[in-house]
Design a protein around this ligand. Structure first.
Ligand code: GDP
Length: 409
């Protein structure tokens, strides 16, 4: 009898074990498929960054999803409803920036508001019935206050005096046309103001992305401008890689990555306080391997010691040039800083060959004349202007649209 009972107990236990195995193997087959692993351009940060081998957030996320999806141990023989597939984490949508053509015209209201004293002020003064010495002095003061600079101011006033004399009686339209012409001469309409982003040629004759270095003192809007420029390029159909070489400011690196993420551009970053030149080098390397059109490098802008800055920026450029030429070095200047901006321009020009200027915060100052002064100082054209904190408030600089906004048409 005891033997029979023992045999029954063993049989029940064995049956239980077998059915458990069946359930467990069935459950395993019901495991949800892993989330998609193909890298998505909508979520560049999920990819490992160059120079970083730490686990990415997406790896972590994937593991968590798999763990959550595992069957619990209290399995029963009852068939369960199929486990629903986990929803893939929603990636932020990639933005499509607005086209850049005619942007300055669209931002015209902002420009004419801030530069009102310069343009309209000059017109009002020139329209006075008697253009006596005091009036000419006022015209001169208006130009100087707008940071046009002493030499260009004197040249302009001289030309205006001559032409007004020849004109005799002046209608408002004639005056406006005359002032427009003279301001355009002062700013220059011949210069090549395009940002050079064409492919370069590497040391072995291979094509490499266009490389743009963005330099300037911290606070001028350098990182913001790099981000906005990425949008300008994406809007124009180019693929972009960003290099966060301002490694001394963690905030700047994150800020740049946020800009990149918004338009699907990968951001290459290095360790905090790491070597900016190596980040710059890695970003071009990444651009080459991705087959990107353009690599934009945001650099550090500490002006504590001039020598330190010289060493650093010079090195960044030299190291990048191991891959091929740097097509453009853009100096970012804050238009509200006036003469200080010119001092900065001088210092930077000693360190690297500046090929273009970006004048930021023109929306917040009446000192648009700095465009003339800085072009004279550096002998390079203003190529872009910042007209606000909005993502698309960076416009290609077009002298005609600028002057029209100043004096109305
Ligand atoms: P960085 O230290 O030179 O990299 O400067 P940031 O890019 O961090 O910019 C400094 C501040 O200037 C930020 O608050 C920007 O939003 C602001 N800024 C940049 N460009 C413009 C512009 O064209 N107009 C205005 N109003 N603000 C700007």
């Amino acid at each position: 009898m005891e033997i029979v009972i023992l045999a029954v107990v063993i049989a029940v236990v064995a049956l239980g074990a077998i059915s458990g195995l069946v359930v467990s193997s069935r459950r395993k087959k019901q495991l949800p498929p892993p989330p998609p692993t193909t890298p998505s351009v909508t979520a560049p940060p999920a990819e490992p960054q160059v120079g970083e081998d730490a686990e990415t957030p997406r790896d972590e996320e994937r593991r968590t999803i798999e763990e959550v999806g595992l069957p619990d141990s209290g399995a029963t023989l009852v068939e369960e409803a199929p486990v629903a597939e986990p929803e893939a984490p929603a990636a932020p949508p990639v933005e499509v920036p607005e086209p850049t053509a005619g942007r300055l015209v669209r931002l015209r209201a902002r420009l004419s508001r801030s530069q009102n004293t310069l343009g309209k002020g000059l017109l009002t003064l020139l329209s006075r019935e008697h253009l006596d010495e005091d009036t000419w002095e006022e015209i001169e003061d208006t130009l100087l206050t707008a940071d046009v600079g002493v030499q260009p101011t004197q040249e302009l006033v001289e030309r205006l005096r001559e032409r007004v004399k020849v004109l005799g009686t002046r209608t408002p339209d004639e005056l406006r046309a005359l002032l427009r012409e003279e301001l355009l001469t002062l700013i220059g309409t011949e210069a090549d103001r395009s940002v050079h982003t064409a492919n370069g040629i590497g040391p072995n004759g291979e094509e490499i992305p266009g490389v743009v270095m963005v330099v300037g003192v911290n606070g001028t809007g350098k990182t913001t401008t790099t981000g906005k420029l990425a949008r300008v390029l994406v809007a124009d159909g180019k693929s972009v890689v960003l290099g966060a070489a301002d490694t001394f400011r963690a905030a700047a690196v994150d800020q740049l990555q946020t800009w990149g993420d918004r338009v699907g551009a990968r951001t290459v970053r290095g360790p905090e306080e790491g070597d900016p030149a190596s980040v710059a080098f890695d970003s071009v390397k990444e651009g080459i391997s991705e087959g990107a059109d353009v690599v934009l490098i945001d650099t550090a802008g500490r002006l504590h010691t001039k020598t330190g800055l010289m060493d650093e920026l010079g090195k960044v450029k030299r190291v990048v040039e191991k891959h091929g030429p740097v097509g453009e070095v853009l100096l970012v200047l804050d238009a509200t800083t006036g003469q200080n901006g010119l001092v900065q321009a001088r210092v930077f020009a000693e360190v690297v060959d500046i090929t273009g200027v970006v004048l930021t915060k023109l929306d917040g100052t009446a000192k648009g004349g700095i465009i003339v002064a800085v072009q004279r100082e550096l002998g390079v054209p203003v190529k872009l202007v910042g007209l606000g904190e909005g993502a698309d408030d960076l416009a290609p600089f077009e002298p005609e649209a600028f002057v029209d906004a100043l004096i109305g048409d």
